[in-house]
Design a protein around this ligand. Structure first.
Ligand SMILES: C[S@@+](CC[C@H](N)C(=O)[O-])C[C@H]1O[C@@H](n2cnc3c(N)ncnc32)[C@H](O)[C@@H]1O
Length: 220
């Protein structure tokens, strides 16, 4: 992380008022793909990390049972809460939490994050992806600044002084090492994309593992 959590929080607190009016076409395309791939079911609990002013959280709330938003900027979350109230959405909770310490230990079915993970170093992203896998979601949908080709600070979306995006390959490795399978890769721009990672169900999800056969009666 090139800036501390406090620096990032202060930077986004400052931007919160104008944030929703300042987004690019690529940002909107990326957010729309995250929403489309997240596609929660009506009983699903969604956790949105780096939720900001709630672009993803608010869009998913009407289709989900509950959406939990986590961020480090109180200013951004105050905006999200005001928008949820004005839209009459009551199944959202916002609170402080980071990628590596989301401060959430309930059940979660779908985890989303849009345009936020790139603030972490590659090692920190790997740790965050392990924490996310540990929450045992069915699916993690990541929209973010990521490199499909050579990093180019002259191109939009990559400001080396505050951002630390990974290559798509580095993210794919981190996902698979954490037990996810990558099921979709969407390129929005050479430096923006969406990755969909899904976890194979395990015994703790109520799906019998290989050794269940060992316990079956011989004549079963
Ligand atoms: C560019 S905004 C994106 C907000 C929202 N996801 C969206 O799509 O509009 C990035 C957000 O990530 C948050 N953020 C940055 N570093 C974070 C961290 N380590 N943990 C949680 N949130 C973080 C910032 O406070 C900010 O609200």
């Amino acid at each position: 992380m090139k800036k501390s959590l406090e620096d990032h929080a202060a930077r986004f607190d400052e931007q919160a008022g104008e944030y929703d009016d300042s987004n690019s076409d690529e940002y909107r395309a990326c957010a729309n793909l995250v929403i489309e791939h997240a596609a929660p079911e009506e009983d699903d609990i969604v956790l949105d990390l780096g939720t900001g002013t709630g672009a993803i959280a608010l869009a998913l709330a009407p289709d989900a049972k509950r959406v939990v938003g986590r961020d480090i900027s109180e200013g951004m979350m105050a905006k999200a809460e005001a928008k949820a109230e004005s839209e009459g959405l009551q199944n959202l909770d916002f609170g402080r939490g980071t990628f590596r310490k989301p401060d959430y230990d309930g059940n979660v079915d779908v985890i989303t994050s849009n345009f936020a993970l790139h603030h972490l170093s590659d090692e920190e992203k790997r740790e965050a992806i392990e924490v996310i896998a540990g929450l045992e979601p069915r699916k993690f949908v990541l929209g973010d600044v990521m490199f499909f080709g050579e990093p180019d600070p002259e191109e939009p979306f990559y400001s080396p002084e505050v951002d630390d995006p990974a290559t798509v390959g580095t993210l794919a490795d981190a996902f698979t090492d954490a037990g996810f399978s990558l099921t979709a890769v969407e390129r929005v721009h050479d430096q923006v994309g969406v990755l969909v990672a899904e976890r194979m169900p395990t015994e703790s999800d109520g799906v019998p593992g290989d050794d269940a056969d060992d316990e079956a009666p011989a004549d079963a």
